[in-house]
Structures are given as structure tokens and as C-alpha cells.
Design a protein around this ligand. Structure first.
Ligand code: GLY
Length: 362
């Protein structure tokens, strides 16, 4: 039951059991050497199953880095490059990134810059990376608290998505990735929306392998359509950033506190508040069903009052901006149509006040 996608006819995204896909792919590829990148979580919880399914030998060199967004920076890249040097990786070698978005983005970046580029594959282990981060060739690291500021576009040689790893995730991590699934439904898939619109958090943990395969098939399809049309984010790919203009700024803010938000928690608030601004400008209410689903999966977080000027400074660094204006990309319907808005700082304040204050956002 493997589903194959081919973003831009450039590389395969193989959704299904690793044992059905990885060994054959490797037998054809025959790299001169292999380096497996993990973090402290994936080494413990995913590596044994990966080695068994992949057919790689148990003495494959494994690099372990500390887990978490706070390690997605240049010092960790230096450590990874040192391992590449020690392993004498030549240009015909292969880097295997076994992990979530941080491992995929940073491992891919290190591979793409090693000797001007060595092949890498993404083996995403989180819902977030399976549905979004591992696909589309965006690689990079954070810089001075601003997410993904240093990076490149470089496609992987292949992406192997096996929902088996979702069983290793906590409920909070599953919910985090589900924000990107909801995003894909809202921007480009009526079928996915129909499937998930009544979901609540308990259903996420109850999903079977087949349920996840179905959800991921529809969700990945949206991502693949977008990156095929616009691989370098000159236009419609900006829509994948729905919720991320305010969301990334909130994520960065909370990362420095004792209570960091997950990426999905921040992006859910971003989708609600960005859409609030869009609908207010049109003098229309936010669709009740969107709000209800997002607030069921992501119960409200208290946003401290008085942080908007700090958030705004982060938003001014957003990669979608042009000529000093902050830009947000929002869906016009579920058919990959986009509207780009330039919000004012005062509107962001009002949207966060609306999110904070009321029990209803519509
Ligand atoms: N995660 C957004 C993108 O790939 O463009």
C-alpha cells in the first residue's frame, strides 16, 4: 500500500511501509557511504525500527544531536560537519535524516553544503515533517532567534513517509503536526476538510495506520501540488505559510519563556488571528467551523498583553516581506487561491486581543 508522489518530477515521496520502499531504492542508488542523522529522541524511539525495515547494517555510522528547535543553529551544524569529515563522506555518499523538522531542515542543510552538495533523504518521524517539512526542499537553521533565516532550497533524493513512527509521538506532538494538516485542508482540499472537520484530540491518538495513511495521502497531495507549481516560493508557495507570519513570531517569543509553544500551537493561533484580520477587513465573520476545529484541537493559550511590539519586530524579519512591509498569505477558498495582505501592527494587536479576550472569535 505504497503511494508515490513526484513533486515536479524531481524525486519520489514514498508513503507506506519503509520495508517496501527503502531497501529497493538503496539497492539502485548504491551510495559510496552512509551517515545517519538522529536526535536523542529518534535514536531511542525510531532508529531500531528504521534499521530493521531499511536493511542497513547495525554498524552504519549514526550521529546524534540534542533534540529540539533550540539546537537548530550553526554550532550544531558544525558538529554535524565534523562527523561528516570523520566519516570521510565523499560526494557520492548519502545522508539519511531520521527525525522531525529540525533534523530534516538542518541535516539537509549540512548535506546540501557539504562539498557543495551531497545527496540526502528525508525519513520524517513526526506528523509535522511527514505532511510538510520533509517535502519541498526548504533547508536551513535559525539565526538570532529568527526561524529558518539561513538556508537554501535543495531537493532531497527521496522522502520515505512511514506512518508507523506516529505511534512514538505524544498527544501534544501529534496535535502539533495536525495544525499543518488543518492548514492543508483549509488552503487546498475539500476532501481532507470533510475527513477531519469533526476531529477532536482523542481521535488523533486513536487513528490507525490506515487512517493516517489516508490523511497523509490527502495532505501530502496539497503540499506536492504547491511545490510542483512554485518550488522557490515566488508566488503560490507563500500560501503554505498561512498562519506562520504571526505564528512564527509567537513561537519565537514563547521559545524564550518557560512555556514554549509547539510549532502547531503557535501556527493554530497564527491561522486564527491572521484569518481574523482578513475577515474583519471584509466585514465578514470568521467561519465558525474553522474556529471550532482549531480551538478543539488547540485550546486557548494566554498571550501576555503588551508583547505585540516585540512580536512585530520578529514579523518584520519574515521572509515573505517586501520593501519593509509585513506580508501574510491567506486562503481565499479551498482551491489553492491566495490573498496577500499587509497587516498593520495595530491589527495584529486587535487580533491577539480578540483571541485572548473572547470565548468566540467570530
Ligand atoms: N513549510 C512551508 C513550505 O514548505 O513552503
Amino acid at each position: 500500500m505504497t503511494t508515490v508522489f513526484q513533486p515536479g518530477n524531481q524525486y519520489p515521496v514514498l508513503l507506506g511501509p519503509l520495508a517496501e520502499t527503502f531497501p529497493q531504492w538503496m539497492a539502485q542508488r548504491k551510495p559510496s557511504g552512509v551517515l545517519l542523522l538522529t536526535d536523542s529522541n529518534t535514536r531511542q524511539h525510531c532508529l531500531p525500527a528504521f534499521l530493521q525495515a531499511s536493511g542497513l547494517s547495525a554498524d552504519t555510522p549514526v550521529v546524534e544531536i540534542p533534540s529540539g528547535e533550540t539546537h537548530k543553529h550553526l554550532a550544531t551544524c558544525t558538529a554535524i560537519w565534523e562527523h561528516m569529515l570523520a566519516a570521510q563522506l565523499d560526494r557520492h555518499a548519502l545522508v539519511i535524516n531520521l527525525g522531525g523538522g529540525v533534523i530534516g531542515d538542518m541535516g539537509g542543510f549540512c548535506a546540501a553544503t557539504w562539498k557543495r552538495g551531497v545527496d540526502f533523504v528525508q525519513v520524517p518521524t513526526t506528523l509535522l515533517s511527514m505532511t510538510d517539512a520533509a517535502i519541498g526542499g526548504k533547508l536551513g537553521i535559525d539565526f538570532q532567534q529568527v526561524k529558518n533565516t539561513i538556508g537554501v532550497f535543495q531537493n532531497p533524493a527521496a522522502v520515505f513517509v512511514d506512518p508507523v513512527f506516529l505511534k512514538t509521538l505524544s498527544e501534544r506532538e501529534l496535535r502539533s503536526g495536525f495544525a499543518e494538516v488543518i492548514k492543508h485542508a483549509l488552503i487546498g482540499s475539500a476532501e481532507l476538510w470533510e475527513m477531519i472537520r469533526h476531529f477532536d484530540p482523542t481521535q488523533l491518538e486513536a487513528c490507525s495506520y490506515e487512517d493516517w495513511h489516508h490523511i497523509l495521502r490527502l495532505s501530502i497531495d496539497v503540499k506536492v501540488q504547491v511545490v510542483t507549481e512554485d518550488p522557490h516560493e515566488k508566488g503560490i508557495r507563500m500560501l503554505l505559510n498561512y498562519g506562520h507570519t504571526i505564528g512564527h513570531a509567537l513561537e519565537s517569543y514563547f521559545l524564550e519563556t518557560e512555556h514554549p509553544l509547539t510549532h502547531g500551537e503557535a501556527i493554530a493561533i497564527g491561522m486564527l488571528t491572521e484569518s481574523w484580520i482578513q475577515h474583519r477587513r471584509m466585514a465578514q465573520p470568521l467561519p465558525e467551523e474553522w474556529v471550532a476545529l482549531l480551538l478543539r484541537i488547540f485550546p486557548k493559550q494566554a498571550i501576555p498583553t503588551g508583547i505585540v511590539s516585540e512580536i512585530w519586530q520578529t514579523m518584520l524579519q519574515d521572509k515573505k516581506n517586501k520593501a519593509g512591509s509585513v506580508r501574510m498569505a491567506l486562503p481565499k477558498n479551498r482551491q489553492l487561491n491566495m490573498e496577500v495582505l499587509e497587516p498593520l501592527e495595530s491589527e495584529v494587536q486587535e487580533a491577539l486581543d480578540a483571541y485572548n479576550a473572547s470565548t468566540q472569535l467570530f
